[in-house]
Design a protein around this ligand. Structure first.
Ligand SMILES: Nc1nc2c(ncn2[C@@H]2O[C@H](COP(=O)(O)OP(=O)(O)O)[C@@H](O)[C@H]2O)c(=O)[nH]1
Ligand SMILES: [Mg+2]
Length: 248
């Protein structure tokens, strides 16, 4: 975190915080998320449009977001494009928040996510608390798949996480140092593993989560994609283990 008035609390962190939203065909869901964000007090809101065939980019621009176009497909590719854009900024943000395009309640919990950063955390995960009291993905098959992956992560690296939460805040300099390079569904997992390997102070908080109200689920709503995501997660665990993570 930069800035002189750090002790003033989360208000200061907001002005130093950028939000990155990877989006694929989210013209219906994006408006509520963008409206729920405190636009004027944030550093930047970047929507990375990943080849949408609908009006995602126009909708995002109309609501004051900066749109970065990324043609290479994949959630991680979109995140990397947004990070490159922010890193090239004359004054890069101190904190970056990742957020999906379909959960306005995440936007409403932004300050809660940032509070631990303000208190010294490097990475804060907004673990999804479902209406049924469970944690993780809204779809049960994906929830159990994630648990299996997180169980293996715990065996390999000794930390038990509640969720592979897409809603997360990380100090920007720490993120750059992680040398992230996953281009699709291994993104969230790679970040958690590398945060452990690098000794980042990582905190999980619970954030209420509801099924998306509009638009279509592109990932866990489809069994086919879920299986591909699951395979990619296991591959990511093996790859990160073999790589040993970036040098400290
Ligand atoms: N960049 C990028 N983003 C994607 C892709 N597929 C989904 N997303 C975004 O990732 C987030 C989660 O996707 P979603 O469809 O809600 O999946 P679900 O939460 O598993 O149902 C949303 O912001 C999507 O717009 C993709 O192929 N590329
Ligand atoms: Mg979703």
């Amino acid at each position: 975190m930069r800035g002189s008035g750090r002790d003033a609390g989360v208000g200061v962190v907001l002005s130093d915080t950028a939000v990155l939203i990877p989006a694929l065909n989210e013209e219906l869901a994006l408006p509520e998320v963008l409206r729920a964000l405190p636009r004027t007090s944030l550093h930047t809101i970047v929507v990375v449009d990943n080849g949408s065939t609908d009006r995602t980019a126009e909708v995002a621009r109309a609501l004051g977001a900066l749109v970065v176009e990324e043609r290479r497909p994949g959630y991680g590719s979109a995140c990397l494009a947004g990070i490159r854009h922010l890193a090239a900024h004359a004054s890069p943000p101190g904190v970056l928040v990742f957020m999906d395009a379909d959960h306005p309640e995440d936007a409403r919990h932004l300050e809660e996510l940032l509070a631990p950063v303000d208190a010294g955390a490097d990475l804060v995960l907004g673990a999804r608390l479902q209406e049924d009291g469970g944690t993780g993905n809204v779809h049960l098959h994906a929830r159990w798949g994630n648990r299996l992956v997180l169980g293996m992560l715990a065996l390999l690296w000794g930390r038990r996480f509640v969720d592979l939460a897409p809603f997360r805040a990380i100090r920007f300099d720490r993120l750059i140092a992680l040398q992230m390079d996953d281009t699709d569904w291994g993104w969230t997992l790679q970040m958690q593993v590398r945060a452990l390997q690098r000794g980042l102070k990582t905190v999980e908080i619970l954030v209420p989560h509801h099924p998306r109200a509009v638009g279509e689920s592109k990932i866990s709503g489809s069994w086919r994609t879920s299986l591909r995501v699951g395979a990619k997660m296991f591959y990511t665990l093996a790859r990160e283990r073999a790589r040993g993570g970036p040098a400290r």
